[in-house]
Design a protein. Structure first.
Length: 421
């Protein structure tokens, strides 16, 4: 009975949050655009940086997903028709409410047919808020004091802790190689911190099984790089991407942390329009969240051998460089090989297929990301961006555990390569 009550409570909380955090999207359409030619692709790339009424959820070289405000839909559709692009438009609110109805109509016995009873329980059966995540991290450290350290990298614009966990076989030794993994750079990507925390949970509860992986390696995890944006996506705007930096006298808020790192800052795929979803800030590392990450990585640059930035969605594994299609990493072959090995391990769980390459070649050119900065500025030899599965930034609660498990296999493969350096 308690499990049924817990499931009902989670659904009720989710529905209540959804009712308020979707209010502003009345009349919005979600467009899936199919395009083979460069004309359509270039048009969409320009829109991403210039328009404030469109929000690109996915932008690849042959297919894109974009939400468009009611005022821009006619112009957008006319231009797509001129370019002979095929597209499907759906009312965004209908799609989101249909998803929520699926959750609320899932009876306990029906849900249990789709997942083992044990997996349905606990932290990895729902999307936790900021305070619950911090409490979970603190509890892990308290239960494993010899192997886990809980600390703060700094504070966000609104003053929230950017919390971190350090995991190793002996927490008192600090001169080992580091595997750095962060997530929730974009507030709306709710599945990402759960995969990172699942890694922490599995390692700490199975230290003996992962002794070889952890030998001479410290795992440093930052599940919520953007805690303000993450919270705001629950309370006000489900699809909020940026941080919550407010500028006096300006109506628009926030900087895209994924465009704020100091590698070819604002070169491509970023905007100096404060209202843009890809606004890159007043300068490189202008944001307290970016500063906190950069400060840690710079201080530990000779120890950090792996940098992973976990995003959603798309099922991609990217390596540098992302700022230009013409920029090739000197160790490109190694990076591709490591990423492909991780993709192969992920696929073993249930066949999820990841595409491997640079974001500039698979998606579009974008500068100011962590992967380019870690590799290009700090010399961290293995630097990657992971784009998890999902759609509409939504993952059914029953699927959370499966994404966590398959991603865990990829994480372990990445970490295994740290011992090579």
């Amino acid at each position: 009975m308690w499990l049924q009550a817990f499931s009902i409570a989670v659904v009720a909380l989710y529905a209540a949050a959804s009712a308020s955090n979707l209010d502003r999207y009345e009349g919005y359409n979600k467009y899936t655009v199919f395009h083979d030619g460069e004309d359509v692709f270039n048009y969409l790339v320009d829109l991403q940086t210039e328009s404030t009424e469109l929000d690109f959820w996915l932008l690849t070289r042959n297919m894109s997903v974009v939400t468009v405000s009611p005022t821009e839909q006619s112009t957008f559709e006319s231009r797509l028709n001129e370019l002979n692009a095929q597209f499907v438009a759906k009312p965004l609110m209908e799609e989101m409410f249909a998803f929520n109805e699926t959750l609320s109509s899932c009876e306990d016995s029906e849900c249990e047919l789709n997942r083992p009873r044990r997996q349905a329980r606990g932290f990895f059966s729902h999307f936790p808020r900021y305070s619950e995540i911090l409490n979970y991290m603190s509890a892990l450290a308290a239960r494993h004091p010899q192997n886990c350290r809980y600390e703060s990298l700094g504070r966000s614009f609104e003053g929230r802790h950017i919390a971190a966990l350090s995991i190793s076989l002996n927490s008192r030794v600090r001169d080992r190689r580091v595997a750095y993994i962060q997530s929730a750079t974009h507030g709306r990507e709710w599945i990402t911190p759960l995969t990172v925390l699942y890694l922490a949970n599995e390692l700490l509860n199975n230290l003996r099984a992962f002794q070889r992986v952890l030998q001479d390696v410290e795992i440093y995890l930052v599940p919520l790089v953007n805690p303000d944006g993450y919270e705001y996506s629950f309370t006000n705007d489900r699809f909020w991407r940026k941080n919550r930096h407010r500028y006096g006298g300006r109506s628009c808020t926030g900087v895209d942390i994924n465009r704020n790192f100091p590698n070819n800052w604002n070169y491509h795929g970023a905007s100096q329009n404060l209202c843009s979803e890809v606004y890159s800030g007043t300068g490189p590392t202008s944001e307290p969240e970016t500063v906190a990450v950069a400060r840690y990585l710079e201080y530990n640059r000779h120890r950090v051998k792996l940098s992973l930035d976990v995003h959603s969605f798309g099922k991609f594994l990217f390596y540098p460089y992302g700022y230009s299609r013409n920029a090739a990493a000197p160790t490109r072959n190694l990076l591709h090989s490591v990423a492909q090995r991780a993709a192969n391990q992920i696929a073993k769980y249930r066949g999820t297929h990841y595409t491997v390459g640079t974001s500039a070649s698979i998606l579009y050119e974008a500068s100011g990301g962590l992967d380019d900065y870690a590799y290009g500025n700090l010399g961290i030899p293995m630097s990657f961006t992971v784009e998890l599965p999902g759609e509409n930034f939504q993952v059914a609660p029953a699927d959370i555990i499966h994404i966590c498990k398959e991603t865990f296999a990829g994480f372990i493969e990445f970490i295994r390569h740290v011992s090579l350096y």
